[in-house]
Design a binder for this molecule. Sequence first.
Ligand code: SF4
Length: 431
Amino acid sequence: MVHVIIMAKQLSERRNMIDIPRHNLLPLVIHPPHKVLHIHTSDRTAFKQCRRKWFFSSPLQLNLERAWPNDKLWLGKLLHEALAHCVVSNPTVTGTMWSYPTPQGEKDIYLGGPLTVDNLEEVFEICQKVARANLAQKMNWQGFSPEQEEELDGLLELGLAMCHTYMLWHKRVAKFKVIASEVPFSVPLYDYRSGNRLRATYDGHIDFVMDDTEDLRDPNLWLGEYKSVAQMRDPERLQFDEQWTSYIWAKQQEQRGGDKKDKYLGVVYIELRKKKPRIPDIVYQGKRVSCNKATDTTPDVWLETVAQLEGWEGTLEELEQNIHRRADTDYIAMLDNLYEKERQGKGYVRITWVRHSQAEIDHVGKSIVHEYYDMRRPTHIVPTPTWDCTWRCDFKEVCLALNDGVDITEYLYGTGEYVERIGYYGDVRDE
Ligand code: SF4
């Protein structure tokens, strides 16, 4: 039997109202018809990945997350934040302020001047400091264990290396203009069959909007996403990243009935490999940088090493021109090899442009409407176990316990392992 309960806004209220049974049919949160559902993009993703995960995590259901962050997702979130600050063309800001909690009250960090990609490492470090303080507060200032400190330090080191790699790549490759970062949207949903407005919105954030033309009167806009990846995989899979097609649909919906008709051509993905490029060896009694083609590095880090060895003070671009001028065939061959790896998508940063047809975009819009109906009154909260559960799901232990018929109520609400998610956009409101 499916238990039906009414949505409660506060965790404590939910806790009193939810009676999780000892079998794998969970009680659903059913929203009264007058409530407006604000469906966040992460809701859709979780709902389609695994309904059980959606049930635990969605603001439309239990709205829980693990108190200690998932290291892979935490790093990605911090990188997004730092990139959002630093990779906007012609920034007009003259200073940026961050606040972070301490046991004695709020403190601020101020960074003067406009933010550019050159500040990326510094901003990442600040974002990490703020996130660490928020985490400490979430854990009631009990302090981190040595293992937890080590984990956070490792993420900081890796994140800084990734920022450095990205910064060098961006300065060499990125000729595009990022005109806005972290762009929010919230569009009303309509039933495409009847045209009736539904009591729901589709909400989210777009990592960045990019213009690939010089003509500001007729911009060609692309929506962009950063992805941090363990390794570069087949770019064809990006064609199936339906979440981003939904963002184009949302931007088109914002223009519904208005005069503004921006053209959104597709999605641009910037993938960052989660690895520190290897610093090449110095060989020939400290006189040359190794030209071993198996060195897993980037053209920029390799050139940086040459610059350090030679005491070069110009830009890396000038250093490369110099290497060509003096016809250093080994160095030229090494650089060609590293550039070729990057062109083949085997480097550390990859940019991929994916166009979507209008039919495809409209199809996604219809899917969102169907998913809205399913989310408003979900019938079966079935789990979708895959091998990815091991790294992608914060509820894997709870899920296995539930399969074993264990009462998970205490584990979810009484151990401090899980807390209510805050700062997410999926929501239910009286409107
Ligand atoms: S562990 Fe897998 S099957 Fe279980 S809730 Fe998480 S995603 Fe779903």
